[in-house]
Every structure is written in structure tokens, then in C-alpha cells.
Design a protein around this ligand. Structure first.
Ligand code: HEC
Ligand code: HEC
Length: 332
């Protein structure tokens, strides 16, 4: 189905969508306009199926041992459950914590330092990263062309069985576009279908006071580069400065979404914190002042009692989307 019918569906309201034609890629009515709109990449079921196949295929790595799905598991909202750093080919440890993958078409850029700015080129980074899949694009294409079944999949998705890098990227973008997470309890409450408990309501209020400037809106991110005061020196990971090579960007990372955050431990760009209570302890007691540390956190100290911290955590748990992590359509 194309973007046109997705829009038509929205206009006809959610109810009409589910009763008549389910759009291939959901556009939740309470979300803003996506950044990536599949212009020049018309979505089809065949394209999504191909993308899903590629996402799960270790053939894309140099020694055919690591797939995208080796580090991005549905049960953890497509994060790398429990691992601070992921393991790539030849048992190598990566540099950063793997985030969940969902709602990617709303991201203006990707990676903790925003080093990739388009969904259609995003997969090139993990495929060619020597610590992750370590494969050359040329070799990957050769392997796909040699395959007994891929040409037919490309033919149904793009009308040609010639396999080019661009179509590999477009198919992966279509599949990742189906990873929409918008059905947590939080969403149900917004839509009047559920009610927060007293503790969750209290947590929401505190979250709005202390956290929502950065973890903003229904996506729970303002997509700005900030430091939340984790460190005072940044040799280990310069953050945004890795991309811009500008001193002022040192130690700054893009605000991550907090949807499904109860599933994506450990936390922060290097996975240093194992639990949400540990994260709250950081915000309340351990903000380190540095040139990078966001002025919001310096000017107004986050002062939360143990009970209030628990309430914030209870609210964060309402961002868990169980339908998303159990939707069988999203995995092979
Ligand atoms: C070895 C583990 C590993 C493999 C394999 C892997 N990834 Fe990732 N992925 C990561 C890590 C780690 C990050 C975070 C990198 C960073 O912030 O610098 C990431 C980030 C991402 C992001 C950005 C999410 C965001 O919110 O910014 C997307 C999208 C993504 N990966 C898709 C893929 C795709 C598609 C593949 C396969 C082609 C893939 N990944 C293979 C570990 C992996
Ligand atoms: C000044 C902006 C700012 C404020 C205010 C803020 N955060 Fe963050 N938060 C960030 C940034 C930036 C990161 C990413 C840091 C990193 O990875 O190094 C982050 C990371 C996190 C993470 C880890 C997410 C993950 O997937 O690893 C959690 C959880 C979190 N914040 C919760 C909160 C809570 C709860 C509050 C309020 C008590 C809060 N934040 C207030 C900017 C902010």
C-alpha cells in the first residue's frame, strides 16, 4: 500500500482504518508528522517482507554469523537485552549500547551522536563497521546475487531481480518503518481507553516537571544533543563532537526516547546503569557539573524523595508496549 492510502486512512480516522484497509505502516493519530515519509520508497508488503528477511539474515555480515537481529531483539523492543555493549563478528565488543528500534521514521538522525542522518543509509553503518558486521557493501551484494532465493524477493518488491545496494537499503527502511510503537498504557490513557493508577499519575506529574523538557512529547525526545551530567571528561566517547569535531559538542548525546524503557536496560550510551532506580539515583544525586552539562540540570536540581522516584519509575513502566514486542508480524 502506498503513502496515499496511509493518509486516506488517517483522514477516515483510526476506526475506518482497522475495519477496511489496515495500512502497512501505521501512522498513529496522536503522533506528529514523520520526518521520513517513504517518498521515493513506496511501501509494499513484498518490500517489508524482504526487509524483514534481510534484517534477520547473518549473510549480511563478513563471516555470515551476525544479523541485524543478533543485536536488536523484539522481546527488548529491538534493543540488545541486558548487554551494555553488543558483540559483533569475531566476538568483538562494540563501542556503544544498542538502543531499541522503533518509531524510526520520526527520528531526524540516528546513533547516540546523530552520526547518520537518513533512514535509507542507516544500515550501511552497522554492515560496514568492523566491530559489528564487518562486511563490504560490494561483497554483501555479491552474496545476495548468488543466493537462490533473494532475486525472486527483490523482483516482487522492486520489479527487478537485479540486486543493488539502494534496493537493499529501501527494503530495510520499509521493514524498520513497520516497527511503530504507539500502544503502551500511556497511549491508551491519552486516548481515554485506560486510567493511570494514583502512583502513575503522580509519576507523570513529576516527569513533566523534571524530565519532559528533554524527553519531550509523545516520542519522549526533543532530538537535541545534550549532556545529562554523567561525566566530566570525554576521552572515552566524545559524543556529538565525534561528528562535528567541535569542542562545544563534547560529551553531548541525543536525548533518547523513553518509550519501552523498562525493556531496554542497561541505560545510557555505554550501558553503565543497570536499572531505572540507578538512573533516577543519577538524576537526583549524581549530576556532574561540566562545560557540557545541560543548564536545565544545573539551574534546577532534581529533588525527588525515594517514593517520588518510585512514582516516576511506575510512570515509565506505562510506556511499555506489550503489543509491539509480541506482534508476530514483525519477526520472521
Ligand atoms: C553488533 C551489534 C549490532 C548489529 C549487528 C546491528 N546493530 Fe544497530 N545498533 C547497534 C548499536 C550499538 C547502536 C547504537 C550505535 C550508536 O549510538 O553509536 C545501533 C543503532 C541502530 C539504529 C539507530 C537507532 C537510534 O535510535 O538512533 C538503527 C536504526 C539500527 N541500529 C539498525 C540496524 C540495522 C538495520 C542493522 C543491520 C543492517 C543493525 N542495526 C545491526 C548494534 C548493532
Ligand atoms: C537536560 C535534558 C534531560 C533531562 C532534564 C532528563 N534527561 Fe534523561 N537523558 C538525557 C540525555 C541526553 C540522555 C542520554 C545520555 C547518554 O546516553 O549518555 C538521557 C538518558 C536517559 C535515560 C536512559 C535511556 C536509555 O535508553 O539509555 C533514562 C532512563 C532517562 N534519561 C530518564 C530521565 C528521567 C526519568 C528524567 C527526569 C528525572 C530525565 N531523564 C531528565 C537528557 C535529559
Amino acid at each position: 500500500m502506498t503513502r496515499v492510502s496511509v493518509l486516506a486512512c488517517l483522514v477516515l480516522s483510526g476506526i475506518a482504518c482497522t475495519q477496511t484497509s489496515q495500512p502497512l505502516i501505521e501512522l498513529p493519530a496522536h503522533f506528529p508528522e514523520p520526518v521520513y515519509q517513504f517518498k521515493g520508497n513506496p511501501v509494499s508488503q513484498a518490500g517489508i517482507d524482504l526487509g524483514k528477511l534481510l534484517f534477520n539474515d547473518p549473510l549480511l555480515s563478513a563471516d555470515s554469523t551476525i544479523a541485524c537481529a543478533s543485536c536488536h531483539h523484539q522481546a527488548f523492543a529491538f534493543a540488545d537485552g541486558g548487554k551494555a555493549l553488543s558483540t559483533g563478528i569475531k566476538n568483538q565488543k562494540g563501542r556503544r549500547n544498542a538502543p531499541g528500534i522503533f518509531n524510526v521514521q520520526w527520528h531526524p538522525y540516528f546513533m547516540a551522536d546523530g552520526g547518520v542522518n537518513h533512514l535509507e543509509v542507516m544500515p550501511l553503518a552497522p554492515i560496514t563497521d568492523t566491530l559489528e558486521m564487518g562486511e563490504s557493501i560490494r561483497q554483501m551484494i555479491t552474496k545476495l546475487r548468488r543466493s537462490t532465493f533473494y532475486p525472486a524477493f527483490f523482483k516482487s518488491a522492486f520489479g527487478t531481480d537485479s540486486i543493488y545496494t539502494r534496493n537493499v537499503m529501501l527494503a530495510l527502511a520499509q521493514y524498520m518503518g513497520t516497527l511503530v510503537s504507539a500502544h503502551a498504557k500511556y497511549d491508551d490513557v491519552l486516548q481515554g481507553k485506560a486510567k493511570f493508577t494514583k502512583e502513575e499519575s503522580e509519576g507523570k506529574k513529576l516527569f513533566e516537571q523534571h524530565c519532559a523538557t528533554c524527553h519531550a512529547g509523545v516520542l519522549f525526545s526533543d532530538f537535541k544533543f545534550r549532556s545529562n551530567g554523567l561525566d566530566t571528561s570525554f576521552e572515552k566517547d566524545r559524543g556529538r563532537a565525534r561528528v562535528t569535531d567541535t569542542k562545544a559538542d563534547e560529551g553531548k548525546f541525543v536525548t533518547p526516547s523513553l518509550r519501552n524503557v523498562a525493556l531496554t536496560a542497561p541505560y545510557m550510551h555505554d550501558g553503565r546503569f543497570e536499572t531505572l532506580s540507578r538512573v533516577l539515583q543519577h538524576y537526583v544525586h549524581e549530576i556532574k557539573p561540566s562545560a557540557a552539562t545541560d543548564s536545565i540540570l544545573i539551574k534546577k536540581k532534581i529533588n525527588l524523595s525515594a517514593k517520588q522516584q518510585q512514582a516516576v519509575i511506575a510512570f515509565l513502566h506505562t510506556l511499555t508496549d506489550s503489543a509491539f514486542i509480541t506482534n508476530k508480524k514483525l519477526v520472521p
